[in-house]
Design a protein around this ligand. Sequence first.
Ligand SMILES: Nc1ncnc2c1ncn2[C@@H]1O[C@H](COP(=O)(O)OP(=O)(O)O)[C@@H](O)[C@H]1O
Ligand SMILES: [Mg+2]
Length: 368
Amino acid sequence: MIMNTPEKDNEEILKQQSLLFRQIYKSQKWWQNIIDAITDYLFVIDQEYKILRTNKAFANLFDKEPPDIIMKPYYELFDLTGPHEWATFPKDKEDIEPKSLEREMNGSIYFISSFPIYFDEHDATVYIMKDITETRRLKDQVYHLDKLSSLGTLTSGVAHEINNPLTGIIGYTEMLLMKNNDDANKKYLQHIYDSAIRCKKIVENMLTFSRQNNAEKSIEKVNDLIDKTVELHEYWLKSTNIRIIRDYGDVPSISIDRQQFQQVILNLLINAEHAISERNIKGEIIFRTSYREDTGRVNIIVTDNGPGIPPDVLAKIFDPFFTTKPVNKGTGLGLSITHGIIAEQGGTIEVESIMGKGTSFIINLPRS
Ligand SMILES: Nc1ncnc2c1ncn2[C@@H]1O[C@H](COP(=O)(O)OP(=O)(O)O)[C@@H](O)[C@H]1O
Ligand SMILES: [Mg+2]
């Protein structure tokens, strides 16, 4: 029979203890690794608000590591002299319900959940803070977009309502203009007529932008339609020292909404005119059209000899509401409407610009 000496016994116990300590250490390390893997901010406090446990994310929030903040009152990290109103320890031991609330702290919004733990005399509360700043921002954005879309519906409704009485005003004013021979009256009537036409244009723009007017396609001759649009604007062009050059190819008729197409040409024409007016030169706007039989596509190029578009501006010109013009001159909607109309037709619009030389807008449309 082998008997252990007392020394031998002691050695064995020490060995076992050290093994146990190693196991506890490993197990603690294992749990610490697990809570460090959580990206939400986690901390556990005792009844005196001292941090018993925490994860890396929470410590890092204050540029520290978990061991640096253990046993410190948590509120000192927030530069406070006492606990937050949400961090009160439940007095009532029956109160074991987890709680959640939202708070704004240091410019971020947090969703904070608390879980009381009763374990022998080691009563504690676990807090988990989730940064919801970005989620909240996206939610607000969706809400804003939703509002914009209902605004669009509202706008098109109002625009349709205004259109009818406006047609009456324009019609009757035209009639009076024809019947009236008094020059003074004619002048006033002309004012009414011009203003009503302006309102009509605004309403049409609103309808096009909210895209709720039904496109009515018809077979149109491209070159003729450009001519008619330029004519609409010619009275104005005469006073601006701008020459219009037509370089038309043999282009077949295409199926298109006449009003929308005119709006595209007018937008490009007015932009070209604005650009030219920035330079003290003899302005030139060239309309080029061509047709390629093999692809069945029509090309329309509008070129001006304005100042050109700087690269940083170029990237934004098709964005709605982007404008470099003063409020009374630009809305920033022209090119975004134009882009929308062309895309709806299955076409494309591109821009080429050379600083100091001018700008070309290139439209490519399918024949049908
Ligand atoms: N032909 C052009 N030459 C120079 N800049 C142009 C030209 N066409 C458009 N732009 C630029 O693109 C911007 C957006 O044009 P647009 O959408 O028509 O809005 P708006 O004309 O109301 O400003 C203009 O403010 C201008 O800076
Ligand atoms: Mg414009």
